[in-house]
Ligand binder design. Structure first.
Ligand code: PHB
Length: 418
């Protein structure tokens, strides 16, 4: 008895030390810190004791503030998966620990991740809607040797920041590059670009420009707008004055597509003959009905549409509705990435028979393949990034609803950003 209590006290002290070390040290290269992180998890190496009754998943995303939809969509996708497949895998119950970054706030994301690995001893860190938050958490995943599954954040570089990161969402270069080809083949020669001024926007701008100019197109104006609270009307006027054939857009899904489309409509750019081409973040299925009819005709390249016609998507949408209720609104690409992330975790746990070993988990994740609601997906073992179909879609009215209707596709697209 005394022996067990003493061990427990030692483990608690080690955990506390680990917490302090992790919180005080930003550099993953500090070996003392790495050791502390290992101890802090109260595990021999990275193995969860086989007797641990649950698989703990820490979901970090913004659930409040301007990007509140991100967390809700991811949680909705996780719930849909558990609704369809049950809450137990390899005899262990899934325990979800939800944490709100109120983002974009990278420091908060990092602190939450540290608490989840040190105090709660989660087996997986998942979520991450926004690139700056994913980047802030990467060293924590490395130090603690905790698999980190990205369910949205889409700047190419993210997976290079920790060997424990696997991405189930997309990258901006992956979805933006095909648009350069499509645009030139569809008579668009002069383009203005408008992107959010941070990682994914800069990636989108560069990837689009590369394929578009290589095929003979010209970018005549390149506008970057702030990530926080952009005021679009002056930027939209600048686009109008430049007289391009089209504007290529990336802004993060959520409130900004609604604001951009409102300005575009109010300033009469469609009447001036300017088309919109974009990544599918702009016509996100969750907010498309709010944008309304001005979205009709917008062409986007993206990896998921609610209108994708497959049995897997039908099953996903049914489970999403059953798990979240109609009041949650339509599912979107972030819920699909979360749903597929859960499929990957279930695959790992089945193969590890419910035990947890971070390096073995990574080896399994690197070979993950699935028939996702979006189509076939796999993880590229070299980059730990997703390989998937990118669809060209156009917003059309289907019955009374607006939909991203798929027109054509590029199969097996890897991230061209690395
Ligand atoms: C990102 O921050 O990486 C991000 C956010 C919203 C998107 C896509 C990417 O729609």
């Amino acid at each position: 008895m005394l022996h067990t209590a003493a061990l427990r006290a030692a483990a608690t002290a080690a955990a506390l030390f680990g917490a302090l070390a992790l919180m005080a040290c930003d550099k993953k290269s500090d070996p003392a810190n790495q050791a502390a992180a290992g101890n802090a998890r109260d595990k021999p190496g990275t193995d969860t004791p086989a007797s641990s009754p649950t698989i703990k998943i820490g979901l970090i995303a913004s659930f409040s503030g301007p990007f509140a939809d991100m967390g809700k969509q991811m949680q909705g996708g996780v719930k849909a998966y558990l609704q369809e497949h049950g809450e137990t895998v390899a005899g262990k119950k899934i325990e979800l620990l939800i944490r709100d970054t109120t983002g974009p706030v990278p420091e908060v994301a990092k602190r939450l991740a540290q608490e989840l690995v040190v105090r709660d001893k989660v087996d997986f860190l998942v979520g991450f809607g926004l690139t700056p938050e994913a980047l802030a958490v990467a060293p924590v995943a490395t130090e603690a040797k905790t698999p980190m599954i990205i369910m949205n954040a889409a700047t190419s570089i993210i997976t290079t920041k920790s060997p424990y990161i696997v991405r189930m969402s997309m990258t901006l270069p992956q979805v933006a590059s095909p648009m350069g080809d499509w645009a030139i083949k569809n008579g668009i020669k002069k383009v203005a670009t408008l992107v959010a001024d941070y990682g994914p926007g800069i990636d989108a701008e560069a990837a689009f420009k590369k394929t578009f100019t290589a095929a003979g197109g010209e970018v005549i104006e390149a506008i970057r707008v702030p990530l926080k609270n952009p005021e679009f009307s002056a930027f939209v006027q600048k686009i109008k004055d430049a007289h391009p054939d089209a504007v290529f857009v990336f802004v993060p899904a959520g409130e900004q597509p609604i604001a951009f489309m409102k300005s575009f409509h109010e300033r009469g750019l469609a009447e001036a003959g300017i088309k919109i081409i974009a990544t599918g973040d702009l016509t996100d299925d969750h907010t498309l009905q709010t944008i309304g009819d001005p979205a009709i005709g917008v062409v986007t390249t993206f990896h998921y549409s609610l209108a994708h016609d497959s049995p897997e998507n039908a099953a996903f949408l049914k489970a999403y509705l059953a798990a979240n209720g109609a009041e949650a609104g339509p599912a979107n690409f972030m819920s699909v990435a979360a749903y597929d992330g859960m499929a990957a975790i279930f695959d790992v746990e089945r193969k590890l028979n419910g035990a947890m070993d971070a390096d073995k988990a990574l080896a399994i994740l690197k070979g993950f393949t699935a028939q996702s609601p979006r189509g076939p997906i796999s993880i590229d073992p070299e980059t730990r990034d997703i390989v998937q179909t990118v669809y060209v879609r156009r917003v059309d009215k289907v019955g009374t609803e607006l939909r991203n209707v798929e027109l054509s596709q590029f199969a097996n697209v890897k991230d061209p950003g690395k």
